[in-house]
Design a protein around this ligand. Structure first.
Ligand code: NI
Length: 194
């Protein structure tokens, strides 16, 4: 997923960059398979996805976006003092609550932004790269990113479910108004704005 925020995570090297496939390629519309082997190959995929996401300044990335139909996603959690990347293998939303309606973009759908309704809070169950199960709760923008990335695993893009696509003027306002720079830090305010 994309938003206008700068992601402050160091990107150590460019060794593992993969090509991000774009809307129109059939892979993005397919359902990804469950991951059962938590092996070196998975770790390389996750490391490469991390590189690729940071290079593209994304807020999240799903394995099918790099052409791998496996249930693995990354989401940048921007709520803590320092941004951190959460790896989720076989993620499932097990609880959701509330509603937010706001702008969303995707690295696989360049230059297009749409208004998408998402739950305000979600609880997700997933496994880490070693297969250990965990649960994580998120709200606001991070909850939105979880939903967006998990949708990718089911072959759904935000353009399939959005209320409407933003006009170029609205996109400009979203990213280039001074007001918005302050508001970008708060998903709630940003959501209210639209
Ligand atoms: Ni996306």
């Amino acid at each position: 997923m994309r938003d206008g925020k700068h992601i402050a995570i160091d990107r150590p090297c460019k060794m593992g960059l993969r090509n991000i496939i774009k809307k129109g390629e059939s892979t993005l519309a397919k359902k990804s398979r469950v991951i059962k082997d938590f092996n070196e190959r998975l770790h390389t995929l996750l490391d490469d996805m991390r590189e690729t996401m940071l290079e593209a300044k994304g807020l999240g990335l799903a394995a099918p976006q790099v052409g791998v139909l496996r249930r693995a996603v990354l989401v940048v959690d921007t709520t803590e003092e320092e941004d951190r990347i959460i790896e989720l293998i076989n993620p499932e939303i097990i609880e959701s609550e509330g509603l937010q309606e706001g702008p969303e973009g995707c690295l696989s759908v360049p230059d297009v932004w749409g208004i998408v309704k998402r739950p305000m809070n979600v609880k997700v169950r997933a496994q880490d790269r070693y297969g250990k199960e965990f649960e994580i709760e998120a709200e606001g923008l991070t909850a939105r990113a979880f939903c967006h990335e998990i949708d990718h695993l089911n072959g759904t893009l935000f353009t399939d479910i959005c209320e409407r696509i933003l006009t170029p003027e609205e996109v400009e306002e979203l990213f280039f108004s001074e007001e918005n720079d302050e508001e970008n830090d708060q998903a709630d305010t940003e959501t209210e704005k639209v």
